[in-house]
Unconditional design. Structure first.
Ligand code: AMP
Ligand code: MG
Length: 350
């Protein structure tokens, strides 16, 4: 039996169930149930997704550590918000009974939900089994109806073994041209997953049992000048200026495609784009493990190589952050070195 098979299945189903919740939150918001500038829809989505996913991990792997982005202290003080989240969480289920059971079934009550959220306070590190969870990555994308991702990865003794990304606004079609545009929402919603040595797959997100996955691969890039690179929408998260200079140095003429969240890793892994550049804007920023663990494995299992801006592999053994890394450079194996050379020379000449 393939290693981490059960972990992969639990993670896929837990992420799929959490995506049902985030989509519901977004839908309610656009229907005007919640006020437009109110930040709470995001908060609801984040907390609700975290509660559901941690519940599933706890039921299946009670002794594993969890490093999640959110914690519940603000909810314990804001009862109304807590109730709102509970209303959503308690009605979110997969419509296939066996799959729903795998995710741990319903959470008992609101108190239990808050307990679940608070179990994401793990410190991380280089030994044992640690789940890294970002319940809604790309909050700004989520708000603007763009890309966001529900992200979950299992790190064992410092190495990512399982990675799952739920991307409700990416198109089903792996070969659809890379675009930040989400159209009218038809034909969208993809679950990406990978286990170490087991390859990477994509499949449409469903409301019930997992649909069948298909293997994904990065695109062959015979001519780097024809590559498409993606980067964050937010200029505060990575340096658009440095990234443009690097692209120019490589002879890339196409504009970058900007999208929020780990949907960038997923997009290059399926060959919709080629490169992902994330050059630091601030020397002291430490990337969070939950923003990269799943994407790192999915890209590598699809035939890519992922390093930081200095060529080091991302090191997930240092705690909640990637304290030993600066930035991210992800590319197909065959061209990564070439891209990294350009990155290093641009940074050296700043
Ligand atoms: P993206 O959607 O790719 O722009 O990345 C979103 C993630 O960027 C969020 O989940 C934050 O954890 C992270 N983030 C916040 N501030 C910074 C920063 N100064 N540099 C890099 N990443 C950041
Ligand atoms: Mg995030």
């Amino acid at each position: 039996m393939h290693a981490y098979r059960k972990e992969l299945r639990v993670a896929e189903l837990a992420v799929q169930r959490a995506c049902i919740l985030t989509q519901k939150v977004f839908h309610e918001k656009t229907k005007g149930t919640l006020s437009k500038d109110d930040k709470s829809p995001v908060t609801i989505g984040d907390f609700g997704a975290q509660a559901l996913i941690i519940h599933a991990i706890r039921k299946n792997f009670p002794t594993d550590e969890i490093v999640g982005e959110e914690e519940a202290s603000s909810l314990r003080e804001n009862k109304e918000l807590s109730h709102q989240i509970w209303e959503l969480v308690k009605e979110t289920r997969l419509d296939d009974e066996t799959s729903e059971d795998v995710t741990g079934g319903p959470i008992k009550d609101e108190w239990q939900m808050l307990q679940s959220i608070d179990e994401g306070k793990g410190a991380g590190g280089g030994s044992g089994r640690i789940w890294a969870l970002d319940p809604v990555d790309g909050t700004k994308g989520f708000l603007r109806g763009g890309q966001y991702a529900v992200c979950l990865a299992l790190i064992d003794d410092g190495h990512v073994k399982v990675g799952v990304l739920g991307c409700p606004n990416l198109p089903f079609d792996d070969s659809a041209p890379l675009s930040a545009d989400v159209g009218n929402g038809e034909g969208r919603g993809v679950l990406f997953s990978a286990s170490l040595g087991g390859g990477a797959t994509s499949r449409p997100l469903s409301q019930g049992a997992l649909s069948s996955g298909q293997q994904i691969h990065m695109k062959h890039v015979p001519d780097i000048t024809q590559a498409t690179f993606c980067e964050s929408v937010e200029a505060g998260h990575s340096s658009h200026t440095d990234q443009a200079t690097i692209a120019k140095k490589l002879g890339i003429t196409r504009d970058s495609v900007r999208m929020d969240s780990q949907a960038k890793y997923a997009s290059i892994a399926r060959g919709a784009g080629d490169l992902y550049l994330r050059l630091p804007v601030r020397a002291d920023y430490q990337e969070k493990i939950w923003d990269h663990a799943a994407g790192d494995l999915i890209v590598r299992e699809a035939g890519g190589h992922v390093t930081d801006a200095e060529g080091r592999r991302l090191d997930f053994s240092k705690g909640r952050t990637l304290s030993e890394n600066k930035g991210v450079v992800a590319a197909p194996k065959a061209v990564h070195e070439r891209v990294l050379e350009a990155v290093i020379s641009v940074l050296a000449n700043k």
